[in-house]
Design a protein around this ligand. Sequence first.
Ligand code: NAD
Length: 508
Amino acid sequence: MATIVRPEVVTYHQYIDGQWTDSDAGGTFDVINPSTEEVVATAPAGGRADAQRAIAAARRSFDDGEWRNQTQLQRSQTMFAIARHLQDRGDDWAMLEARTAGATIRKASVVDVPLAVETFRSMAEQALQIPWYEPLPWIDIPHVSWNFVQREAIGVCTGIVPFNFPLMIAMWKLAPALAMGNSIVLKPSPFTPLTLLEVARAIDETGLLPRGVLNVVTGAGDDLGEELVVNDDVDKVAFTGSTAVGRRILALAAPTIKRVTVELGGKSANIVCADADLDVAVDGTLFGTFFHQGQACESGHRVYVHDDIYDAFMERLVATAAALRVGDATDYDTQVGPVISRRQYDSILAAIDRAQAEGATLLCGGGRAGGAGDKGFFVQPTVLADVRPESHIATDEVFGPVLAVQRWSDPGDVVRRANRSIYGLAGGIWSRDTRGAIEMAKQLRTGTVWINDWHLLNALAPFGGYKQSGSGRELGAYGLREYTEVKHIHVDQNVPREDRHFYDVLLG
Ligand code: NAD
């Protein structure tokens, strides 16, 4: 396995059954720096056979039981030791996220790497509180028996990860799966496979995880990704990505009735009330939208501004948005980096054009960000006003630095408009009236609501979507439970045959 962040193109390998391996078919793909369009690394183009090898390794390790049969305390302590090593090894990962995911180096070093390591540690800690055994009350119908619930690891889990937060979202799957005693095969996005491979390398260095418990395969979604969903030896699939692919995952998982959690797209509504603190609400709205170039699933791309403060709010919002520094993600001065790919860049610019054709007014941005030459996928932070509720820019996920603004005056109406979406991932309210904001939050049909803040997820709180933003939850105790099965065990109390009246329904 090669070391990271070198100027030359680095060759990476998949991590299967404790070995670094090429793909079965021998092919590779290039990993591109979206700021420069240069090739950073190559990784194996895994296919069905690679997925099958990794799943077989995970199955064997799970069935051997070396990891799953440890006590919770042993497993958590092992994970704490691994977390300390990840912390030591994580220094280089921020630059790698910047060079491959286009995460600004500020964001990668302040948010991605520390939170990824903390998630790993925290899930191990929270797992100590999940009961593996829950006694049920004695019951005497039809006669006395002793009943309890036994919680168990699910088995072989697969985790399919999107490009936008390669390190963090991989940890959201890896940490709870390991904490609850499972084996896992992870597939990063082909755009951003490197940091997860580095995590696997760091874990491998500790020698603390039994062979085959963690596997990482690299490649496209088609054959490789689909095998991770359909394979009979897979017990649970944890998918994060677009709603379109999520629908396909659910269909593929149906014939084998897999346990599936899907964390999908969003178009979150950001409601700015008349009594909002403008200093916080303007910067918070910008943070909620342009952080990571708007490529966060729970970004607040639909902004509803109250009539009473509309002019003052918009003036400040547009002035600040227009002044954001767009550039190479590895430069500490950069506030907004590139989007992930040429295709994504083209689709964002097309969405902006279409929004204007559908009546929206362009207040800033709208095109390629200058100053970075002709290389790199840089889109100007864009603000569109006069957005019609039924227009595409108001309803479709764009996944770029594009903010679509509507006005409001009636609270019932703005809640109705906020909820009129196929998505339900997150929402936000800016107001000094905390009680009123909580009442409004309860009416939003989304898995997360921020009041006077945005993007602040934490390892204790469940994260997931209503409606077509997903099914199931990640993080917190809710997320840990998604990696377990529960079994009811009924223990007869030596009731004599003559008292077993239910048997007489058949035999009497
Ligand atoms: P994507 O759906 O294109 O790909 C996600 C992953 O699925 C990748 O690893 C890809 O290779 C794989 N994949 C693609 N087709 C597959 C198939 N047929 N079978 C199995 N795997 C397949 O998403 P993306 O472009 O990488 O990420 C952006 C999307 O992810 C956005 O829609 C965003 O909202 C969503 N997202 C959601 C959350 C959340 O928690 N709800 C978090 C981050 C991103």
